[in-house]
Design a protein around this ligand. Structure first.
Ligand SMILES: *[C@@H]1O[C@H](CO)[C@@H](O)[C@H](O)[C@H]1NC(C)=O
Ligand SMILES: *[C@@H]1O[C@H](CO)[C@@H](O)[C@H](O)[C@H]1NC(C)=O
Ligand SMILES: *[C@@H]1O[C@H](CO)[C@@H](O)[C@H](O)[C@H]1NC(C)=O
Ligand SMILES: *[C@@H]1O[C@H](CO)[C@@H](O)[C@H](O)[C@H]1NC(C)=O
Ligand SMILES: *[C@@H]1O[C@H](CO)[C@@H](O)[C@H](O)[C@H]1NC(C)=O
Ligand SMILES: *[C@@H]1O[C@H](CO)[C@@H](O)[C@H](O)[C@H]1NC(C)=O
Length: 918
């Protein structure tokens, strides 16, 4: 949609005309004050005009869409906006250049870099042209573009009128939307639970939008605990055998300590063998979601030959020939909802809990009409319902939506029925959400979005603007919530203390969004061998899903690219970074996670607009000095790379908010130095915008300066010596927002003596010896974090005294982990302790002989892992009291202990895992 393009350009011009940029420009071009002022005035006029056009677009009635005159006018507007964006980026690029010679500098160097530099004068004259174009476009609109809503001022301004106040009531979608499925659920449960028979394949069949996945997910969640192992894998259209196997293995081994380290590089035979070995003699549930071709399953079935007779494979599909794969009589065909159920679902979505989901009498006729248009498709009903939920509950409003729905369905046969309904939801999105929404569709089908990663990308793209006292991250999170409430994104998982964690886009919703992206030149997802993904001359965003040839051969023009995201970890990457650094000078987001890149070229420093540099899981060891020139950088992500040090100039990146620079040595964190970080000494305190700093190698100087980083949310600091601790504590309490903290000692004899911690800490990990009594009695450490701490990990603390009595003051704890934390012989979990704890793991406690769990202790525990407790010779007492337990694991036990476990009546009814000591 052109309005989101305009909004981005408006925001950018705003940045260019903000006082900071103006001041920089004035000193930069001090000899050309006259031209500079002229340019700035020109930009001011352009932005005013763009704002007016944006306002008009937002008020445009839906009935104008599809009008060819209007559409081509819109296309012209978009083109001009894109040219303007180029000019603003060019201008900001010039202003930010690290020199004080003004334009002459470029003229002299012009011979060497003619391509990359336009002079100030040239920018000015281009912006003047844009002014003229815009004036012309405004004129032609009045002359040529018919306005359906002319004269009807009631509908003006209503489409994108902020509906936030109403959208505010947060509600869960997904499972709640299962209406009228009780019978189907029962059938599935029965089929899954039944004993015997050869390995039973169950298929769930029906057209898109019927809620197959939601039903499967619901049943999966309730039934999986009855199986020894389970996996959910989305197949979708981008199927590759290896990837499916890999994903199944990853799912099966999730959170297990014996996960094979080389899954990523295994070939197909090896993957198959691993899987077979694991599945042997296990009762297993595997869900394959959205299978498109029967061949896909043929490959799998050979491997998934279940030796246990009660294993089950559940397949969801839209294709009849896939549905036919089911074992005799085990296909469940989903039908659309009957009238009454459709009505129930509609009411549940449209009206609030406070009114008991009742439809007001005066809205009934219109509501019935709207529901009938949805033809019993749950997705359509949920989509319209979520839309109406955030509108005023008046007859006028209802009529408006009904009219538009009618119009869309009748007038737009190009889109399928359901897509027309979804399209309406899109039209009603506020502009600021449109870009965020479209962006998600650039990722592959079934892509799982992580909240924090997505938020960082949106920020870098410039979709997010600061609001009041909220940070960009907080605003972005609000957007996410709004998209979920409007059913444009689906919430998949929350973390252990209830925050949204992962999201997915419904495939039909995504298809619609892809269409829109294409129309607007918003972005392209490229997949070699599939048509559709080609980069236009002014393509702005490119997400590579599969690429076999060199990028230069595939894309002749990468000049205007702002965003490059590589999702194909096997794409040729040797030349990638040098090429993009040279050719795409406006680059804003570079996300290259997982590529085997070793070297970052000097030329990267020329990407002045770069705001996100993602080199996670690459082989990068060092960064060039030129990195210090990237003064707009918000995120530098070298998580799990081979990074050893960062250039001292990194402290010049004053806008940096998230710095990940850590290398893992042991992914389970059982060794003391499981990860290493980087040193930043001089000037660390200058990075005052930092929110994430992982991982910093402690030094006297850096610990001192840490206190200046008041915005920190997440800190991992390693190699801490005892003598730093007092200062570290002083620095930490100055960080009011810090919520994640990990402190690692320099060696196992160094004592961590922290006497103070910031109050908002949610998650604390202390890796190193703790002083005697550090966690006892009125420990200041615990007092500080008592209210908010959700997660506590103690590694290598080597405590002599039982810490549980004092730790149980932390009543809000949901995760507790000990690794080598305690040297005593006995641990008791008393009645009523840790009422919210969901996860407990106790590893490497060499002297622990006895573990006792009293009835009513940890009443909500879901996962318990015990490992390498070499002195333990009896099964933990009271383990049978842990009723809601979903996962129980005994790691590195002896054969004798295994025999004890097998005889133990307390766990006879539970599923548990084990691994043996060699
Ligand atoms: C349009 O607005 C004017 C005043 O702002 C009002 O008098 C008139 O009734 C409105 N017309 C419609 C159709 O709502
Ligand atoms: C949304 O709700 C929060 C409290 O839950 C409130 O502070 C905020 O003002 C509301 N926003 C709007 C736009 O009503
Ligand atoms: C759209 O529908 C209206 C009536 O609702 C009709 O007058 C118009 O011709 C239709 N336009 C197209 C392109 O079908
Ligand atoms: C930190 O910022 C101050 C003031 O902006 C500046 O004088 C100093 O040189 C900076 N330090 C480093 C190491 O960049
Ligand atoms: C647990 O958290 C709640 C809500 O954040 C808070 O009100 C309560 O005081 C906390 N409990 C303890 C024991 O700190
Ligand atoms: C078990 O723990 C001890 C120390 O508690 C450690 O020395 C040993 O290496 C661990 N064993 C294994 C197999 O990890």
């Amino acid at each position: 949609m052109a309005e989101s393009v305009l909004l981005l350009v408006i925001t950018k011009i705003g940045i260019a005309l903000a006082s900071r940029a103006v001041a920089e420009a004035s000193s930069q071009f001090s000899k050309y004050v006259r031209q500079l002022i002229e340019l700035q005035r020109s930009m001011g006029r352009v932005v005013r005009e763009l704002r007016v056009i944006h306002g008009v677009l937002c008020q445009m009635d839906i009935r104008n869409c599809n009008d060819p005159v209007y559409e081509s006018w819109l296309d012209e507007v978009r083109k001009v906006a894109h040219v303007m964006e180029d000019m603003v980026d060019e201008y900001l690029h010039q202003v930010g250049q690290d020199h004080d010679m003004g334009c002459c500098f470029y003229l002299k160097k012009g011979l060497r870099k003619p391509r990359s530099l336009l002079s100030l004068n040239q920018i000015t004259s281009n912006v003047k042209e844009i002014e003229k174009d815009l004036a012309h476009l405004s004129e032609t609109k009045n002359r040529w573009v018919p306005m359906v809503n002319n004269g009807d001022n009631s509908s003006l301004n209503y489409i994108v009128k902020s509906s936030q106040a109403l959208a505010n009531s947060s509600r869960l979608l997904d499972e709640e939307d299962l209406v009228g499925v009780d019978k189907n659920r029962e059938i599935l449960q029965e089929w899954l639970g039944g004993e015997g028979g050869e390995c039973s394949v169950i298929t769930l069949y029906g057209m898109g939008g019927l809620g197959k996945t939601a039903l499967a997910a619901n049943v999966y969640r309730t039934e999986r605990e009855k199986f020894q192992c389970h996996a959910w894998v989305s197949i979708s259209q981008t199927y590759s055998r290896e990837d499916v196997f890999r994903n199944i293995i990853k799912e099966l081994f999730k959170d297990r300590i014996d996960v094979p380290s080389n899954i990523a590089t295994m070939d197909i035979t090896c993957l198959e063998d691993t899987l077979k070995k694991f599945l042997q003699q296990k009762k297993c549930l595997i869900v394959l979601d959205d299978v498109w071709t029967p061949e896909a399953f043929d490959d799998l079935s050979r491997t998934l030959i279940c030796t246990d007779k009660s294993s089950r494979v559940l397949i969801t599909t839209r294709e009849g020939d896939v549905a036919a794969l089911a074992s005799q009589g085990h296909t469940l065909t989903l039908e659309s909802l009957p009238e009454d159920k459709a009505w129930d679902l509609f009411c549940k979505k449209s009206f609030s809990r406070e009114t008991n989901y009742e439809c007001p009498e005066d809205l009934k006729p219109l509501s019935e009409e709207i529901v009938s248009k949805c033809k019993g498709l749950p997705l359509a009903i949920v989509s319209v319902g979520s839309l109406l939920h955030v509108r005023e509950k008046t007859v006028e409003e209802w009529r408006r939506v009904n009219d538009q729905l009618t119009w869309k369905i009748i007038n737009n046969s190009r889109l399928g029925h359901i897509r027309n309904i979804l399209y309406l939801s899109f039209i009603y999105l506020p502009t600021y959400l449109k870009s965020c929404f479209l962006y998600c569709s650039l990722f592959p089908e079934d892509h799982l979005f992580q909240r924090k990663k997505l938020v960082r990308l949106w920020m870098a793209e410039g979709f997010i603007v600061e609001k009041g006292a909220s940070t960009l991250e907080e605003v972005a999170e609000g957007y996410l919530k709004e998209l979920v409430n409007r059913n444009m994104l689906q919430l998949v998982e929350r973390n252990s203390f209830g925050r949204m964690k992962t999201f997915r886009m419904h495939d039909i919703v995504r298809e619609l969004a892809i269409d829109l992206c294409h129309k607007d030149h918003f972005g392209v997802q490229f997949e070699e061998g599939k048509c559709g993904g080609s980069l236009q001359r002014d393509g702005r965003r490119l997400v590579v899903q599969k690429l076999k040839t060199d990028i230069q051969q595939s894309f002749s023009s990468v000049h205007g690219l702002r965003t490059f995201i590589a999702l194909d970890k096997n794409m040729p990457s040797f030349n990638l970074l040098p090429l993009l650094s040279e050719k795409s000078r406006y680059m804003t987001v570079l996300e290259l996670s997982g590529l085997p890149i070793e070297k970052v070229p000097d030329a990267i420093g020329d990407l002045f607009n770069l705001r996100h540099l993602g080199l996670r899981d690459t082989k990068v060891k060092l960064l060039p000095k030129s990195i210090e020139k990237l003064s707009n950088l918000l995120t530098l992500d070298l998580y799990s790379s081979d990074i050893q040090e960062v250039p001292a100039g990194i402290v010049k990146l004053k806008n940096l908010r998230h710095l990940f620079a850590q290398k893992w040595n042991d992914q389970f964190g059982r060794v003391l130095h499981s990860c290493s970080g980087v040193c930043i000494t001089k000037g660390l305190g200058n990075l005052t915008n930092l929110q994430t700093l992982q991982a910093l190698e402690a030094q006297d100087e850096s610990v001192r300066q840490l206190g200046d980083l008041r915005q920190l949310r997440s800190l991992r600091i390693l190699n801490v010596k005892g003598i730093y601790c007092e200062r570290l504590g002083e620095s930490l309490v100055q960080m009011p927002f810090l919520s994640y903290l990990e402190v690692g000692a320099s060696d196992e004899n160094e004592v961590l003596m922290l006497n103070a911690l910031p109050p908002n800490l949610h998650s604390l990990s202390l890796r190193g010896r703790l002083a005697k009594g550090a966690l006892l009695g009125e420990s200041p450490l615990l007092q500080a974090v008592e209210q908010n701490l959700h997660e506590l990990r103690l590694h290598w603390s080597q405590l002599r005294e039982d810490p549980l009595p004092s730790l149980s003051r932390l009543a809000n704890l949901t995760i507790l982990g000990f690794v080598g934390a305690y040297n005593g012989e006995k641990l008791d979990f008393l009645t009523g302790c840790f009422p919210k704890l969901k996860e407990l793991s106790l590893w490497d406690l060499p002297n622990l002989k006895q573990l006792e769990i009293k009835q009513g202790a940890m009443a909500n525990l879901e996962r318990l892992g015990l490992g390498n407790l070499s002195s333990m010779v009896e099964v933990p007492r009271g383990i049978e009291f842990l009723l809601p337990l979903q996962y129980l694991d005994f790691g590195l036990i002896t054969r004798d202990f295994l025999a004890l476990l097998r005889q133990c009546p307390g766990i006879a009814g539970m599923q548990w895992e084990h691994s043996l000591r060699d």
